[in-house]
Design a protein. Structure first.
Length: 205
């Protein structure tokens, strides 16, 4: 995490470093991103960067935490509905809101994509263990669905996560053209999730 000297910087300079780090880690996964490129574009000495962070990894962990904090804040209206709607409605709200996040914050979204696509599994696991990002939202949603009875108790939870994650990724990443009509795509998301819903509902005897 940042050293105290980073927080002592003027807000404008902290934002400058963050913005250029965001651009670099959106362009490349961790192992290919360059600290030198970040400091060059930010027009600061590389030695100065080491006064703020211990190195690229330290900067990356900070960035990931900030990106996911922004995403959690953006998704908060969804979680406020979790006691009011069932699993399938909540999933629909979640994936539609996630799509809007990707459109409004494309660099943040690309950082999250690169995080999961990174070949540096050890670093990713370290970050997950430290709970720098939250990955339990879907599990919580699914548990609510199971407890309420709208999801069959016979389902394989890991299989459900795999399918929903793959589908959600496709529904977001393949539809980021700014010319896409939001209302039409939200309706399409609902149609796709309805197909998955039919596979998860309990079977009538």
């Amino acid at each position: 995490m940042p050293k105290p000297t980073f927080y002592n910087l003027p807000e404008e300079k902290r934002n400058l470093i963050f913005r250029h780090a965001l651009e670099e880690f959106a362009r490349f996964p961790y192992e290919r991103a360059s600290l030198s490129a970040i400091v060059n574009r930010a027009d600061i000495a590389k030695g100065s960067m080491y006064q703020y962070f211990t190195g690229k990894k330290d900067l990356y962990v900070y960035l990931i935490q900030e990106v996911y904090a922004r995403k959690r804040e953006f998704l908060q209206p969804v979680w406020e509905q979790k006691e009011k709607v069932d699993f399938f409605e909540l999933a629909s709200l979640y994936y539609k809101r996630s799509w809007h996040f990707a459109r409004q914050y494309p660099l943040h979204h690309r950082v999250t994509v690169n995080f999961w696509d990174s070949k540096d599994a050890a670093l990713r696991e370290e970050i997950l263990r430290k709970k720098e990002i939250r990955i339990s939202e879907f599990s919580e949603m699914l548990e609510l669905g199971l407890l309420s009875g709208v999801v069959s108790p016979d389902i394989n939870k890991e299989a459900v996560w795999f399918v929903y994650h793959a589908v959600a990724k496709a529904l977001v990443d393949n539809f980021l053209d700014p010319n896409i009509n939001a209302e039409s795509h939200e309706a399409y998301i609902n149609s796709v999730l309805t197909v998955l819903e039919r596979g998860l509902r309990p079977r009538k005897e």
